[in-house]
Ligand binder design. Structure first.
Ligand SMILES: O=C(O)CCC(=O)C(=O)O
Ligand SMILES: [Fe+2]
Length: 344
C-alpha cells in the first residue's frame, strides 16, 4: 500500500468542483492514514533544494559552534541545535501511560529548530552570522513560504469537511510555527538491527500539521491504521514532494476526528533484507504549523455532541506543547523548572 499523492495546485483552481474534490481527497487521506503527500504544493522547487543545501552547511559547522547554540533541555519549544541522541522520541509513545519505555532506546539524529523573529517568547538561537552568512535570512524566508502553504492545507481541510471558513486557520495566530532541519549520520545496519537504535522512533508531532521534505535516503514510514503497529514506507516519489502529517493539536481540536499520524524513520526498504552494510546519511526538514500559544487546544464545538463527548480537556496550545516536550526533556535540576501546567 502507498500513501496517496495529490496535486495541490487543484486547490487553486477556478473550478469550484475541482477545489472541493481535492479538499475531499485530502480529508480522506488524513482520515485513513493521518497523512498525505502533495506535489505542486506551492513551495518553489529551488527553495526546497536550497533548504537542503543550507541544512547541510549548518550541520557541517564545527561542533563547538553548534554547541554554543545548544537547545536547553526543558519543556519549552525547542530552539537551536540538538546533538545526536538528545531527543528520545520513544518517550512520546502515547500508549506508554505508565512511563515504561526503556531509557536506552536511542534516536540517531541531530536537529536544529528555529522560528520567526516576532516569536520573542522563545527566541531562536542562531549560529554566528559570520560562520554561515545568509542562513538566518534564508530560514526566516522559508518559514514565511511554508506558513502560506500550511495554512492553505488547513483551509482545504475546512472546505473538505464543510466547516466554517477560518475554523482552523484563524487559530494559527500570532504565528509561532517552527522550522526544523534534521541530519541522520551514517549508521551500520547491524546497529539498527540490534533493536535499540532507530533514526526516529514512532511518534506524532505536537502542532496542527507538519510539512515534511526528505532526501532520497529513505526510511520514513507512517502507521498503517488498518494494521496498527505496522508501518507503510513513504518512499520519495520526487525530490520536492511534500509529506503532510496530522499532529496532536489538531487531533485534540477535532476530538479525534483526525488522529495524529504516527511516523518513524527506520532502515530503508531496499536495505531491510541485507545482513550488513551502512545506511547512508539522511537529511530531512520538518515545518510544524502551530496554533497560537494561548488559543485553546480543547475540542471545538463542531466536533462535540451527545454521540461524541469531548475526550480532551480545554488546555492551551502551549500547555499541550509543554506537556509533550516535557516527556522528551523532563526538567533537569537547574535547567528550567519542568513544570507541566496541566496534564491533558
Ligand atoms: O526525518 C524525518 O523524516 C522525520 C522527522 C520527524 O519526525 C520530526 O522531526 O519530528
Ligand atoms: Fe515527527
Amino acid at each position: 500500500m502507498e500513501l496517496p499523492t495529490l496535486d495541490f495546485s487543484k486547490f487553486q483552481s477556478d473550478s469550484e468542483s475541482e477545489r472541493t474534490e481535492l479538499a475531499g481527497a485530502i480529508v480522506d487521506s488524513f482520515s485513513k492514514h493521518g497523512s498525505v503527500r502533495l506535489v505542486n504544493h506551492g513551495v518553489p522547487d529551488q527553495v526546497v533544494y536550497d533548504l537542503f543545501d543550507w541544512s547541510e552547511r549548518f550541520f557541517k559547522l564545527p561542533l563547538e559552534e553548534k554547541m554554543k547554540i545548544a537547545n536547553e533541555r526543558n519543556p519549552d519549544p525547542q530552539r537551536g541545535w540538538s546533538y545526536v541522541g538528545a531527543e528520545k522520541t520513544s518517550k512520546l509513545n502515547k500508549d506508554d501511560l505508565n512511563g515504561s519505555t526503556p531509557d536506552d532506546l536511542l534516536d540517531e539524529k541531530e536537529h536544529f529548530d528555529c522560528s520567526l523573529p516576532t516569536d520573542t517568547d522563545f527566541p531562536t538561537k542562531w549560529p554566528n552570522e559570520g560562520d554561515i552568512p545568509g542562513f538566518r535570512d534564508f530560514m526566516e524566508k522559508c518559514i514565511g513560504i511554508l506558513q502560506n502553504v500550511g495554512l492553505q492545507v488547513l483551509e482545504a481541510m475546512e472546505v473538505g469537511l464543510a466547516l466554517p471558513p477560518g475554523l482552523f486557520v484563524d487559530r494559527c495566530t500570532p504565528p509561532v510555527h517552527e522550522l526544523r532541519v534534521c541530519y541522520y549520520p551514517p549508521i551500520t545496519k547491524e546497529r539498527m538491527d540490534e533493536g535499540k537504535t532507530r533514526r526516529t522512533w514512532p511518534h506524532s508531532d505536537f502542532g496542527m500539521i507538519t510539512l515534511l521534505f526528505q532526501d532520497g535516503a529513505g526510511g520514513l514510514e507512517v502507521e498503517d491504521r488498518k494494521h496498527p503497529g505496522t508501518y507503510i514506507p513513504v518512499v520519495r516519489g520526487s525530490p520536492t514532494e511534500m509529506v503532510i502529517l496530522i499532529s496532536d493539536t489538531l487531533e485534540q481540536l477535532t476530538n479525534n476526528v483526525f488522529r495524529a499520524g504516527l511516523h518513524q524513520v527506520v532502515v530503508p526498504v531496499d536495505m531491510q533484507k541485507l545482513q550488513s552494510g551502512t545506511l547512508p546519511e539522511r537529511y530531512s526538514t520538518t515545518f510544524f504549523v502551530k496554533a497560537g500559544r494561548h488559543t485553546s487546544a480543547g475540542p471545538l464545538p463542531q466536533f462535540v455532541g451527545p454521540e461524541r463527548p469531548a475526550v480532551y480537556k480545554d488546555i492551551t496550545a502551549l500547555q499541550l506543547h509543554r506537556h509533550r516536550v516535557g516527556k522528551l526533556y523532563p526538567a533537569v535540576h537547574g535547567e528550567g523548572n519542568g513544570f507541566l501546567e496541566h496534564d491533558p
